[in-house]
Ligand binder design. Structure first.
Ligand SMILES: [Zn+2]
Length: 376
């Protein structure tokens, strides 16, 4: 299969890479951060606002969309891009991760997973074939394989068995995906924190052949040190000329550390979710807008940020609307957080292209957690 989605690596600096994934719906500059649009919306943001922050691609959730409003309904209404008014690339997850986290509500077999909806208790089944069908109905540009993500800590034996099941599901996902020019299918490496299992998983995926490769099974509570421990070697098992996607990451310093280790794409709910709880990411660390010390502060959240929240509003105003539970609080803080995350990505892309990533990274860390901003 020859997808029309292509990855062109343009620069390397150490293990960090920058490039472009070109798709029929537009280019994705890498390293890329993908905001999460769980229920066909990035919460509190209009699609044009998301685009204005610098996002080239969004992530949609198969699990949530299959339950509500349903993949067949979205298909009848013209697909997810049309439905949510976002005409640029969309990556959808496979539903696997969210189904696995239902714990007592699901049953796992070789065929797939049966589970009960968290919304109304109705019974559903997800298999590699059904996940591919749902992601096709949604019209996703980048489709993820259906996989199992074991909860850590787990024994080596349990991690190995789970990883091998995911590899069998990866082969079934590839068969079910078929030949879809203009759409890409990514495989997902598993194997926990064991190098031999990570390598075995990567070899299995490469034998099947994918348009891109995700490092799965991380950002599940193992901590940054363990995650970086895996990222120190695991990306090296994957093909050099395909995009590498780290799922569900993360905080700004996680993102920078992942790019340093050769990751090209990431997604996380953190900037949007934090925007709704008053947690603000800035160059100097995390600021909590609900803190009373902001109530008379005329300064912007971050004087170096050009987002609407920082251009037009004071910390005092943002504190006031947060405390008053005004909707504009979620809108402005989410916008700022997404803008800040995209600024980090743009800074890294430029630094990699200019061969000064180490210098950029030193500046990123040196500027953090000073002054009156609460440290991470
Ligand atoms: Zn801002």
């Amino acid at each position: 299969m020859t997808a029309q989605i292509r990855f062109e690596m343009q620069a390397r600096d150490g293990l960090a890479r920058s490039g472009v994934i070109s798709t029929p719906r537009g280019d994705i500059r890498t390293p890329a951060f993908m905001p999460v649009g769980t229920a066909a919306t990035v919460k509190a943001m209009m699609p044009e606002s998301v685009r204005a922050t610098g996002a080239d691609i969004l992530l949609g959730n198969t699990y949530h969309l299959m339950l509500r409003p349903g993949a067949e309904r979205i298909d009848r209404l013209g697909g997810l891009h049309e439905f949510m008014n976002w005409d640029r690339p969309i990556l959808t997850d496979s539903g696997g991760f969210q189904v696995m986290s239902l714990a007592g509500l699901r049953k796992l077999t070789e065929a797939g997973v049966t589970f009960r909806s968290h919304i109304d208790g109705s019974k559903h089944e997800l298999t590699p074939e059904r996940s591919m069908e749902i992601q096709r109905l949604l019209g996703s540009d980048i489709v993820m394989c259906f996989d199992e993500c074991p909860a850590l800590p787990a024994t080596d034996k349990a991690v190995a068995e789970s990883m091998r099941l995911s590899m069998r599901w990866a082969a079934r996902s590839k068969d079910a995906f078929g030949d879809r020019p203009g759409h890409a299918l990514f495989g997902i490496m598993q194997g926990g924190v064991t190098p031999e299992l990570r390598e075995e998983s990567a070899e299995a995926l490469k034998a099947i052949g994918f348009d891109g490769y995700a490092v799965g099974g991380l950002a599940v509570g193992e901590g940054q040190e363990a995650m970086f421990g895996v990222l120190d070697y695991a990306p090296g098992f994957l093909p050099e000329d395909k995009p590498r996607y780290l799922m569900g990451v993360g905080k700004p310093d996680d993102i920078v550390g992942a790019v340093k280790r050769g990751i090209d794409m990431m997604d996380c709910v953190l900037p949007s979710r934090s925007g709704r709880t008053g947690q603000v990411f800035t160059r100097r660390g995390v600021l909590n807008i609900k803190n009373a010390r902001h109530q008379d502060d005329p300064r912007p959240l971050d004087e170096a940020c050009s987002c609407p929240a920082c251009s037009n509003y004071s910390r005092a105003y943002l504190h006031h609307v947060f405390r008053s539970q005004e909707i504009i609080s979620s809108m402005l803080l989410t916008w700022h957080n997404l803008h800040y995350f995209q600024d980090i990505m743009a800074g890294m892309r430029e630094a990699i292209a200019q061969g000064r990533f180490a210098e950029w990274e030193a500046g990123f860390h040196a500027g953090r957690a000073q002054g009156d901003i609460e440290p991470l």
